[in-house]
Design a protein around this ligand. Structure first.
Ligand code: MN
Length: 722
């Protein structure tokens, strides 16, 4: 055996593939770049060493085949390297960092991006939520090359699908139709889209595929004569009109024939009864003139003309479509477009680097992608109505949304910047109302954490949990906002009812009556006269400060409960004070002006609609509202008050370095927190500060003031009570 024969015999399939790749790359990359790609191949081959595809080939054959698909599209060197390494992180021990070290960060990030898409693919139950998976894919790919590598990956997997078990084959094909083909369509990559579709069809319905394929072949023979007749009449007429165009007979692809049969319930014969031609022109002007000539040659069928040049499709597709009534009564479908439009319609986003890359200073891939987007935008702008398009563009390519998984694989769509709380409310209001924290990919995180694409979010709930008004500061979805507000409103309502009951019972007690002993009929008559439907409604109104409890109590003791009650100005309204804890929540609040603390003598003010605001007895605001005699209410601290209350101190200190720090440490050593410090006045010698701090009660505050006074730097301290 000769040496050459021996070499040929031991040649592995991957060697042949690499040779093909090298040739393809040399056509548009420089030598250094080609060598980089080959180095990526060698690295990948050794990482995948010992792994085999179901087809029996060495695993590395797959990445090389993917790279070949991309090199035919003139993908740049980094994209090709990423294709050669695309399964390395997922299927071998190599890490992203290692790739960055071996190659560069760009390549490592591309591979990382493809790996993430692969993981999502495995995670999602595609069929039910294809739309969301598609969007998630687009949103996750910061770099469009990631999507394109993934499309090529899928294309090669579809081409080698035959070795799979039938059920798996069908599942993968279904997923390809649901997710990958539409993405290719979205990017205008029609030729990849069509390959994916026809491979999927043959995997899912081999019989139907075979029947249609056979029918196409047969029709091709039968129709040859008539196609030629029509084609030459078209050509002649165009020549007469002095228009130089290229006319090609067009065969529909199998999948679109199949879809047409399904959707219109057509038989094969109906589908084949159409003759299709494409006419390629130098420029737009020629397109329209050609259309005129065609409409003159054969009569157009009304309602079937579409001008996608003036009004392009969302993915940028441009063409004139018309259906004409041909000789022997056969319908003729024609598409008229420029060569540029044709390239765009076949390769979409890829057209931008596929046909321009001989230029030395060719822009980088992402710039080209942006160029493509800008072009689309321009086209759409000139077309007028672009709302739908802009909407799609925003969602798909400049992602404003994030897509995350629930623990059982459902995808939830949220606006960018959404937090755990938004997620919880998006899943279910009850989940939002009970959430306390969450795990993102098994890691415990706080509720205000912002979500990122592709993570799995698990909400931790607790039976005692309830929405916090502070959540309103960071939630961004309307659903979360209204969920929290509704809960708080309901909660406030419950609180108001119970406060109202306490207030009414207190007044009744002073009149030596008990609410339970009053005739229900009597109560109902009064409710009716107040146009109220339930006692709770009345109690809520009392609790919110809209109705005076004394007036209601008095009316209930009268013979005629509908008669108005007159009160003397000085009538002792509140003989026994209302006991409060100050931490009741939403219907009893402590006034911000004087910040009462336990131990202070206090007084309550009915603030209609809001409930009771508790002021310090010496608060200046008391004088302002003094005239509203009946709105004031005696209140008293409950003996078992606990919690932190805010107080405010005005302190004059010597203006020296470190004096504020001394004060702060003194305060915190006494178990108090400083909530706020404001400098209100200062000169060279003295500085006056307002300090808000937390205390347990008056005794605690007195202790703090005493200790501060002992400091040499402190000149004067007063408590601020409005
Ligand atoms: Mn792969």
């Amino acid at each position: 055996m000769s040496l050459i024969a021996e070499i040929l015999e031991t040649e592995r399939p991957q060697d042949k593939l690499v040779q093909r790749l090298r040739e393809s790359l040399s056509g548009y990359l420089d030598l250094a770049q080609v060598n980089d790609c080959i180095r990526a191949y060698e690295f990948g081959a050794s990482a995948h060493a010992g792994q085999f595809r179901k087809t029996g080939e060495a695993y590395i054959c797959h990445p090389v085949s993917v790279a070949i698909i991309l090199s035919d599209m003139h993908m740049d060197a980094s994209g090709i390297m990423a294709a050669l390494l695309h399964d390395v992180v997922e299927d071998t021990l190599i890490s992203k960092d290692e790739l960055a070290e071996q190659f560069n960060l760009e390549v490592a990030e591309l591979v990382d991006g493809v790996t993430k898409l692969t993981q999502i693919d495995n995670k999602s139950h595609a069929e039910a939520q294809a739309e969301n998976v598609r969007k998630m894919f687009m949103a996750m790919a910061k770099d469009l090359r990631v999507i394109i590598v993934k499309l090529a990956d899928r294309l090669h997997n579809m081409q080698t699908l035959d070795v799979m078990a039938p059920a798996k084959k069908r599942r993968i094909a279904r997923e390809t139709l649901d997710i990958y083909a539409p993405i290719a369509n979205r990017l205008g990559m029609r030729s990849i889209q069509q390959k994916l579709e026809s491979l999927s069809l043959s995997a899912m319905y081999p019989m139907r595929y075979a029947v249609i394929k056979k029918a196409i072949k047969k029709a091709r023979g039968n129709r040859r004569e008539i196609v030629q007749t029509i084609e030459s009449s078209i050509k002649n007429r165009l020549q007469e009109a002095d228009l130089t165009c290229e006319v090609v007979g067009r065969e529909k692809n199998i999948y679109s024939i199949y879809k047409k049969m399904l959707s219109k319930n057509n038989s094969l014969a109906d589908v084949f009864d159409v003759y299709a031609f494409r006419i390629l022109c130098e420029n737009v002007d020629t397109c329209y003139r050609t259309l005129g000539v065609m409409h003159n040659l054969y009569k157009p069928i009304p309602g079937r003309f579409k001008d996608y040049i003036a009004l392009p499709k969302a993915n940028g597709y441009q063409s004139l479509h018309s259906i004409l009534m041909g000789p022997f009564g056969v319908p003729i479908e024609i598409q008229i477009r420029t060569y540029d439009m044709h390239r765009m319609s076949e390769s979409g986003i890829a057209a931008h680097w596929l046909y321009k890359s001989d230029d030395e200073k060719a822009p980088k891939f992402q710039d080209r992608a942006n160029e493509w987007l800008t072009d689309l935008l321009e086209i759409q702008k000139s077309a007028g109505d672009s709302l739908e398009f802009i909407e799609n563009l925003k969602v798909d390519l400049f992602p404003q949304e994030v897509f995350v998984f629930t623990p059982n694989g459902e995808i939830i769509k949220l606006p960018r910047g959404a937090t755990i709380v938004d997620f919880a409310y998006a899943v279910h209001t009850d989940l939002g109302n009970a959430c306390v924290s969450a795990r993102i990919d098994k890691q415990l995180v706080p509720l205000q954490s912002k979500l990122e694409n592709g993570v799995t979010v698990e909400i931790v709930t607790a039976p005692w949990a309830r929405p916090n008004p502070l959540w309103l500061n960071y939630v961004i979805t309307a659903k979360a906002r209204s969920g929290i507000r509704n809960y708080l409103k309901h909660f406030k309502q419950q609180e108001a009812i119970s406060l109202g009951q306490r207030l009414l019972e207190k007044e009744l007690q002073a009149l030596h009556i008990h609410l339970d002993n009053i005739d229900e009929a009597k109560i109902n008559i009064m409710l009716k006269s107040l146009s109220m439907s339930s006692l709770d409604e009345l109690l809520e109104d009392i609790g919110l400060g809209n109705k005076m409890p004394l007036l209601i109590a008095k009316r209930l003791t009268q013979e005629d409960v509908t008669a108005a009650v007159k009160l003397d100005d000085h009538e002792a309204t509140h003989k026994t004070p209302l006991i409060i804890k100050g931490t009741e929540g939403m219907v009893i609040t402590l006034a911000k002006c004087c910040r009462p603390i336990p131990g202070d003598s206090i007084i309550g003010f009915f603030n209609p609609g809001k409930g009771i605001v508790v002021h310090h007895h010496e608060c200046r605001n008391r004088n302002v509202d003094r005239k509203k005699q009946n709105n004031w209410l005696d209140v008293e601290w409950s003996p078992d008050v606990t919690g932190d209350f805010s107080a405010e101190l005005r302190i004059s200190v010597l203006n020296e370095r470190g004096s504020l720090a001394t004060i702060a440490s003194t305060i915190s050593n006494l178990d108090s927190n400083i909530e706020n410090v404001t400098v209100v006045d200062q000169d060279d010698r003295i500085c006056v500060d307002l300090i808000t701090l937390t205390v347990k009660d008056r005794i605690h505050l007195a202790k703090i003031i005493r200790r501060l006074t002992e400091l040499a730097i402190v000149l004067k301290i007063t408590r601020v009570k409005a």
